[in-house]
Design a protein around this ligand. Structure first.
Ligand SMILES: NC(=O)c1ccc[n+]([C@@H]2O[C@H](COP(=O)([O-])OP(=O)(O)OC[C@H]3O[C@@H](n4cnc5c(N)ncnc54)[C@H](OP(=O)(O)O)[C@@H]3O)[C@@H](O)[C@H]2O)c1
Length: 403
């Protein structure tokens, strides 16, 4: 039967990975494209999902039978802290528009993307799918985390009420009230090709790859601030893409699933840095140092603490998430070893002088639609993000404008 699968946020790290898997896995295989499927990867320039009218038009244009909803206002630690309300409001708008439009357009299935930042700050480890609502999230991403939590509330507030001890939960979630097949996925830290390599606003892996690349290019030292000891679970974006495709085709419950490597596959930040040094081929001075809190500019995830002292520079030491539910359901699945994913990712670091020149002139290089935004800081951030993402394939209709 014909199906149209719309991927919102289709130009991001995870969206690009899903597109790669769909394009490269054998047709008809578990993760490959099936007969009768049409895949649409939408960017913000096609529809600003904060706007209900643009969201509606997107759905009318493509008439999706299935939606993988990845689009989100995401950002580094300091942005999350500075604009908590903006993160809350914009993500609530995006998510509510997608959920409601999926309902009104009778979308057969919707999978929204959450994040492990939804979990409470104070919680017993390992994290699992039943602990999302059992306490407030960390204050550094209070807005972003609550917006993501609300998706789960809308999907399945019956189950949440049960988790809070209700013996007679009301039935008002999308599933119970409207019979909608809406669920969500909770990835741990993601890395892979097409990540955001911005030095100021990136996750730890692309940020360190970029730093290491610059150290190699400029003959300087590669210094990783912090102790290097914190542990994190990283999932390679192509693995995550396969798991989204699995959820789309084979998972029919409303409750979320954590998509992650196992707890026993946590890696230390020192291990991350070692793998990057190897992949980039860096042979200069390399050290992990507590003295440089610059490391904080490369957030481990959305929950790193903002203090600039060495006692807190590492953020949470670990916050392991259980993938037991996933493994019980997905059956045979091979995760890409961490060391194998890093070289593929580092191939995507921006390496053109042209890119450096763009930054030298402080040019903004943004799609025309984004120029109209009034918040200059935001436009600059988006511009950097776009340049990094598309530097290896500048096929977009970009425009230089003066700063
Ligand atoms: N990366 C991680 O480590 C991680 C971990 C856990 C969960 N997640 C979640 O995974 C999802 C995808 O993350 P990602 O890393 O792929 O993000 P990303 O690389 O930053 O991409 C974000 C995507 O969202 C789109 N977008 C942003 N604002 C939009 C708007 N107003 N209207 C329409 N589209 C909009 C962007 O479009 P443009 O390209 O046009 O700007 C882009 O395609 C997010 O929901 C995120 O919360 C990510």
């Amino acid at each position: 039967m014909a199906s149209v699968i719309l991927v919102t946020g289709g130009t991001g790290l995870v969206g690009k990975a899903i597109q790669h898997v769909i394009d490269t896995e054998p047709a008809g295989s578990r993760f490959g494209k099936k007969g009768g499927e049409t895949w649409i990867f939408a960017s913000s320039s096609e529809a600003d999902l904060r706007d209900p009218e643009q969201t509606r038009k997107l759905y009318e244009k493509y008439k999706p039978t299935h939606v993988i909803h990845l689009a989100a206002l995401v950002g580094g630690l300091f942005k999350n802290m500075k604009y908590k309300l903006t993160f809350l409001r914009e993500n609530i708008l995006i998510n509510d528009n997608i959920l409601h439009t999926s309902y009104t357009h009778q979308t057969q299935k919707l999978i929204s993307c959450l994040s492990t930042c939804v979990f409470p700050d104070k919680v017993e480890y390992p994290l699992d799918e039943n602990k999302i609502h059992s306490g407030p999230p960390h204050e550094s991403n209070f807005g972003y985390a609550h917006a993501k939590r609300m998706v789960d509330v809308q999907n399945q507030c019956v189950c949440i009420l049960k988790a809070h001890g209700s013996t007679n939960p009301s039935t008002s979630a999308y599933k119970e009230e409207f019979g909608c097949n809406f669920t969500s996925a909770i990835p741990t830290n993601v890395f892979g090709p097409h990540d955001n390599f911005d030095l100021e606003d990136s996750h730890v892996i692309p940020g360190l790859i970029h730093k290491c690349y610059l150290a190699k290019k400029n003959g300087t030292s590669f210094i990783v601030a912090g102790t290097g000891k914190p542990l994190r679970q990283f999932i390679y974006s192509y693995d995550l893409a396969k798991l989204f495709i699995w959820m789309l085709r084979e998972y029919d419950d409303v409750e979320p699933v954590i998509l992650s490597v196992g707890e026993d596959e946590e890696v230390s930040i020192k291990h991350v840095a070692d793998a990057i040094v190897k992949a980039v081929g860096f042979q200069g001075d390399y050290s992990v140092s507590c003295l440089f809190s610059l490391y904080l500019y490369h957030r481990f995830d959305e929950e790193v603490l903002p203090q600039f002292d060495t006692t807190r520079a590492d953020g949470q030491f670990r916050k392991p998430a259980s993938n037991r539910k996933l493994l019980n359901l997905v059956g045979d699945f091979q995760f890409t070893p961490f060391e194998d994913g890093i070289p593929f990712t580092s191939d995507y670091v921006p390496n053109s002088d042209e890119l450096s020149a763009s930054f030298g002139y402080h040019c903004e290089m943004v799609p025309r639609e984004l120029r109209q935004r009034e918040d200059r800081e935001e436009v600059n951030r988006i511009a950097r993000h776009w340049i990094y993402r598309h530097v290896n394939s500048i096929e977009l209709n970009m425009t230089f404008i003066e700063t």
